[in-house]
Design a protein around this ligand. Structure first.
Ligand SMILES: O=C(O)c1ccc[n+]([C@@H]2O[C@H](COP(=O)([O-])O)[C@@H](O)[C@H]2O)c1
Ligand SMILES: Cc1cc2nc[nH]c2cc1C
Length: 337
């Protein structure tokens, strides 16, 4: 397994930020979580106040999953949505435009003939779809590492960003995430499986049975083997993206179930990387809650989002900018006289 040197956020800058926050013209602690975020950003940037968060970039990792039948929507939506991202008409592109964030889509494993999309979209393609995890491995030997390296290369190419956001598009990916989180945390299928795009009743029971079958199919030995057995090329690429961002000290805002699951695996590959990640929002998926708890991350927003694509993380960006503005611009109690 590759090893990574993960830098440590600046404890002295954090302490200086906390001291400054206590001295601002407000009762101590009265801006609640915003104060904690201001201190987090100060530690990440190693300076008080932290730098402006002007350059925010979303990378949507798109791919198909062998368990797509467990979704409320057909598999073909994944490919169709790639065109919607490129046309700027997706949920995340519309929300990103509101906060001045850029959106890039990377076809890691979409099951289509992508002949007419720009080369930059497919430059990091690993395969078409991933295996059906209840009956076979998601990935062939070597593919988890190749996808992980693709995600690292993508983060490296976006490394001038002030904030990176991993987005996801993949019909069936909540089934894969449930299996990976259950495997990593030793949980039973029925505790981690959620409604995804909107399955209920017998369909939800079938989805739970698929996750249970995947978990009992074979043991896993390490995080890359977990990605191979139960994950997908997109999940491995997102994990690589998160590790590379952390190794460069670039703050990341995680989104919903997919990026939280990738983060759980990425933390196992590169312990300490989680210090560079914030949880943008709480999704409705139980596996996201389990993963964030295990990572020690508390969501910034709770708006009932379950779209994925990076949408919830993008929606948290104004809150982070507000945290920075408070510590940069508020007056000091000491100046009141
Ligand atoms: O991020 C979330 O919490 C989330 C919850 C439910 C669904 N999604 C999105 O919907 C797709 C996966 O849902 P499903 O039902 O097809 O497994 C995938 O494209 C995700 O981006 C995302
Ligand atoms: C239309 C649609 C858009 C999505 N975006 C992320 N997951 C999605 C699933 C569907 C079905």
């Amino acid at each position: 397994m590759p090893s990574f040197a993960i830098p440590v956020p600046d404890a002295a800058a954090r302490a200086a930020a906390l001291e400054r926050l206590d001295g601002l013209v407000k009762p101590v602690g009265s801006l609640g979580r915003l104060e904690e975020l201001a201190a987090w950003l100060s530690a990440a940037h190693g300076v008080v106040p932290p730098r402006p968060l002007d350059d925010v970039r979303v990378v949507v990792f798109a791919g198909d999953h062998g368990v797509s039948a467990q979704s409320a929507y057909p598999r073909e939506v994944t490919a169709a949505m790639v065109r919607v991202f490129l046309a700027g008409r997706s949920g995340v592109t519309v929300l990103a435009a509101q906060v001045g964030a850029q959106v890039r889509v990377a076809d890691i494993a979409v099951d289509w003939d992508a002949a007419d999309v720009p080369e930059e979209v497919t430059a990091h393609k690993i395969r078409r779809g991933s295996g059906a995890i209840d009956v076979e491995d998601a990935l062939a030997p070597g593919e988890a590492l190749a996808a992980f390296e693709a995600g690292r290369a993508i983060a490296a190419s976006e490394s001038t960003a002030d904030i990176l956001i991993p987005g996801d598009m993949g019909i069936g990916n909540t089934t894969v995430c449930a299996a990976v989180v259950a495997s990593a945390l030793g949980l039973p299928a029925n505790e981690v499986v959620g409604t995804g795009t909107g399955v209920s009743g017998e369909a939800l029971e079938r989805k739970t049975a698929v996750v249970a079958a995947a978990l009992s199919r074979r043991p896993v030995t390490d995080p890359f083997d977990r990605l191979t057995a139960l994950g997908s090329a997109c999940l491995a690429a997102t994990a690589g993206f998160l590790v590379e961002a952390a190794s460069r000290g670039i703050p990341v805002v995680l989104d919903g179930i997919f990026s939280a699951t990738a983060a759980l695996v990425a933390r196992d590959i590169a312990p300490g990387a989680e210090q560079w990640w914030l949880a943008g929002h709480r999704s409705t998926e139980p596996a996201q809650a389990f993963a964030l708890k295990a990572l020690g991350l508390t969501p910034i927003l709770d708006l009932g989002f379950r779209l994925g694509e990076g949408s919830g993380a993008v929606q948290a960006v104004p809150t982070l900018r507000a945290a920075r503005a408070v510590i940069a611009e508020m007056g000091l109690l000491a100046d009141l006289g």
